[in-house]
Write a protein that binds this ligand. Structure first.
Ligand SMILES: [Cu+2]
Length: 121
């Protein structure tokens, strides 16, 4: 398979995954964008501070291997593919601390690759 074609295929799969979870892929104007880097074996930053009722777009990149982002409390997830930008929209509807984690096995430290979403009023 030619490299270009493979890239198109991967993008298609990522789009399907996003659609399945109802996540929007493009940020709207004025929407706050938070950039997060996934690497072996951590998210940087690992704590995301949000305000209840203020939707944000989380933008992920990785230079390593295929990673994942999964925040089950908000039913959002995405694959994070090296060389691509992955986006999910998250609308925090309650306050508290919520865990997120990598859900694509990425190596020996994968099980500890997690972070926290802190939602305040
Ligand atoms: Cu992982």
């Amino acid at each position: 398979m030619r490299p270009g074609r493979r890239r198109v295929l991967a993008a298609g799969i990522a789009t399907l995954a996003g659609a399945a979870f109802g996540a929007a892929v493009l940020a709207q104007p004025r929407e706050k964008v938070i950039r997060i880097t996934a690497r072996k074996f951590e998210f940087v930053p690992e704590e995301i501070a949000l305000k209840k009722g203020e939707p944000v777009v989380l933008e992920f990149t990785t230079a390593d291997v295929l990673m994942g982002f999964n925040a089950p409390d908000f039913k959002v997830r995405t694959d994070i593919v090296p060389g691509q930008v992955a986006r999910v929209r998250l609308s925090p509807d309650r306050t508290g601390d919520f865990d997120f984690f990598c859900d694509n096995f990425c190596g020996e430290g994968h099980e500890t690759m997690s972070g926290k979403i802190r939602v305040t009023t």
